[in-house]
Design a protein around this ligand. Structure first.
Ligand SMILES: [Zn+2]
Length: 353
């Protein structure tokens, strides 16, 4: 298997100042870790350069005046919003972050690579059409999803969001679109940003009804419960939806050492999640997967978890084992009820055992 690993030094030029969790060091830590492990070679994991997304490609999701706002705020080094500051390199990093996924898709569809990981920033899943939110400027995953469904006839894109925060931007952009199926597993938004969305009754609207699925996990969920939730919902839906490709909003802030959230996954858990995703992709869409980096702020957890994610994609590497913390004994019962309720709501449209 050949995995394209998309990275560019320009991603480091988007800099929100000292002490900001979404910092350039996130990427340099991962690159140094992978290089130390000698992970890169031509056959299994090859370094690839992104291209910039074009204006028409961005405009499938974001209006022109919003794109102009990102560019001018970047030139002026002003603020995008209260917690997202602009720097001179922000716009260039953002169009390359969106373009990395587009280039990954092109390389997969012409057979150069089997699957891809985009180590890009700024992240994307909180940005909607016209709002910078949660450190996200352009919605990288939505730009790629819209590009594929617009340019490949009869195509369908499954988006799996495993970041600890709900992908509210992605949900809002694709809420009425039946050619994209959004499945998000995240910490219960009553206990974490964004708060207002990510609940099980948000199922999509119009012809997109039934194509938006949220599984809000209680704080304290660890590997076994996360995998149970993923395993009960994602494979049967993927089987029925028959996607052209699976795009993963790969956030790593659900790791137990991450200081922004209260989920308790381990690096071993991230291996198991990736293993399941790639197995389902093999069965449903010829192994077509692109992973997009979203959150993940503990640099050691981020580096090791990405390394473990790549193993099922490349078929190479030795798993970094880590024991997750113990779950609260009340969680399995709560989760069982939540999954039963979710399946009840999905029943009219989806066959879930
Ligand atoms: Zn997050």
């Amino acid at each position: 298997m050949t995995t394209g690993f998309f990275y560019h030094k320009a991603f480091l030029k988007h800099d929100m100042g000292a002490g900001h969790p979404e910092c350039p060091e996130r990427l340099t830590a991962v690159m140094e870790f992978l290089q130390r492990r000698k992970a890169f070679n031509e056959e299994n994991l090859c370094l690839a350069s992104p291209r910039a997304a074009t204006l028409p490609e961005l405009e499938r999701v974001h209006p022109k005046d919003y794109i102009d706002f990102i560019r001018t705020a970047s030139e002026r080094e002003s603020r995008f919003d209260a917690d997202t500051r602009a720097s001179k390199g922000s716009y260039n990093a953002a169009i390359l972050a969106a373009g990395a996924g587009l280039k990954a898709w092109e390389s997969i569809s012409n057979g150069d690579i089997d699957n891809a990981f985009s180590l890009a920033r700024p992240p994307g899943h909180h940005a909607n059409e016209n709002q910078v939110r949660g450190f996200c400027l352009f919605n990288n995953v939505a730009v790629v999803a819209k590009h594929i469904t617009a340019t490949v006839s009869d195509s369908r894109v499954l988006i799996l969001d495993i970041d600890a925060h709900h992908g509210n931007g992605t949900q809002e952009i694709l809420y009425t679109d039946p050619s994209t199926l959004y499945i998000g597993l995240h910490q219960d938004p009553r206990t974490l940003y964004p708060g207002y969305s990510g609940y099980i009754n948000e199922l999509g609207e119009g012809s997109g009804k039934g194509y938006n699925i949220n599984i809000p996990l209680p704080p304290g969920v660890s590997d076994s419960s996360f995998l149970q939730a993923l395993n009960e919902i994602f494979p049967p839906l993927a089987k029925q939806f028959q996607p052209t490709i699976i795009l993963v909003s790969a956030g790593y802030d659900a790791h137990f050492r991450d200081y922004l959230t209260n989920l308790l996954l381990s690096t071993t858990g991230f291996f198991q999640i990736s293993h399941l995703i790639n197995e389902v992709a093999q069965r449903t869409c010829d192994g077509n997967v692109i992973m997009f980096l979203e959150g993940g702020y503990d640099l050691k957890a981020l580096s090791e978890s990405i390394y473990n994610t790549l193993i099922p994609m490349t078929g190479e590497g030795k798993i970094i084992q880590e024991k997750p913390p113990k779950e609260d004994p009340r969680i399995p019962k709560y989760l069982g009820k939540l999954l039963t309720e979710t399946k009840e709501m999905l029943k009219p449209q989806w066959e879930i055992p």
